[in-house]
Design a protein around this ligand. Sequence first.
Ligand SMILES: *Cc1c(COP(=O)(O)O)cnc(C)c1O
Length: 420
Amino acid sequence: MNHVKSEAIFEKAQKLIPGGVNSPVRAYRSVGGNPPFISRGNGSRIWDIDGNEYVDYVGSWGPLLLGHRHPDILRALAGALEIGTSFGAPTEQEVELAEAICDALPSVEMVRLVNSGTEATMAAIRLARGFTGRDLAVKFEGCYHGHVDSPLVKAGSGIATLGIPDTQGVPKSFSDTTIALPFNSVDAVDAAFRAHGERIAAVIVEPVVGNMGCVPPAPGFLEALREITARHGSLLIFDEVMTGFRVAFGGAQKRYGIRPDLTTLGKVIGGGLPVGAYGGRADILRKVAPAGPVYQAGTLSGNPLAVAAGLAMLRHLKAHPEIYTQLEERGAALQAAVPKDITVNRVGSMFTFFFTGGPVTDYESAKRSDTARFGRFFRKMLERGIYLPPSQFEAAFLSAAHTEEDIRRTVDAAREAFSA
Ligand SMILES: *Cc1c(COP(=O)(O)O)cnc(C)c1O
């Protein structure tokens, strides 16, 4: 496998784009080497500009639950192009997408569409502050809620990968509004509420963390968050940008049976186009402008192409509930390939191999993983045509397009790569 063309373009890219990439997680700094440049994708496969083929476990970092170029989504996009690409005025399809989201997620009674997961979490936190009249927000170490200023404290994803503990450029007065606690620690949440309960507007959490690698909630943790926030008049925000429509059709809230006050969405609901959404209790959403005093807006929000792709995605998933069973089975088959000294965390189609023998339940234990060994494993897999996220602290994703043959190929490659 050679990457001659990719290397040449990357050289040029680094002169024109910071680090040569438009999002830090695309860089290969933590695993060594440079990223291949992708020329096309189809189903579970992608190809780079040097003609190498890979089984893709990044899936655009989560959105592509149906794989690349799913026919329903292509058809919907072609239909939308016939009508126009943007109006900045209401369209019928936006209402249909809002209805599809509210139908699937029991806690979401009203929803506002935005253009990214970051916009969704930014707006949800503002709304929680506006609704409660309080300033503080609790988050968990290693969780990532987009690149919104105040929750960039002890964040996961690229921040964890690059070892940037707290980003520059965020005023201290902003980060001071965030209380970062260890994930899965009810005691820490209890203590924070005992100290500051009256001032905490919301707890925001990835109900299944994807952004320090995949870390599931311990039994009782989400229930405790629900109980403690309700007792103190704080809101519970589930950041389901990654888990929404992925860990179950109704998201993690359906899978674990918890009713958050607010939910943020992105990734899958855009079918591969840029979309985000925040929604929840109607009495809270009615505070959003123009219905209420909390301001939030967007020139391209509810964009017709993105809405068409998202709607096609959700309709396909609703019509094919067996997709989730298949994802469970294929995920379990992948997991079976892993040797004893490696910890696999998996929830449905989200998974991470941690190069540590002990359990990974929070950011501290995730950081115990041998990242140098992960880097060697990653490069071996890439050479064998398996495209994983280039970071220990990211989840890999299965899609409905992954076949049994893809899984066999991946398991064979992994058996060799694990021993590297
Ligand atoms: C990806 C992600 C975001 C940010 O979404 P963008 O579309 O990248 O802005 C926020 N929260 C979670 C849980 C995510 O996984």
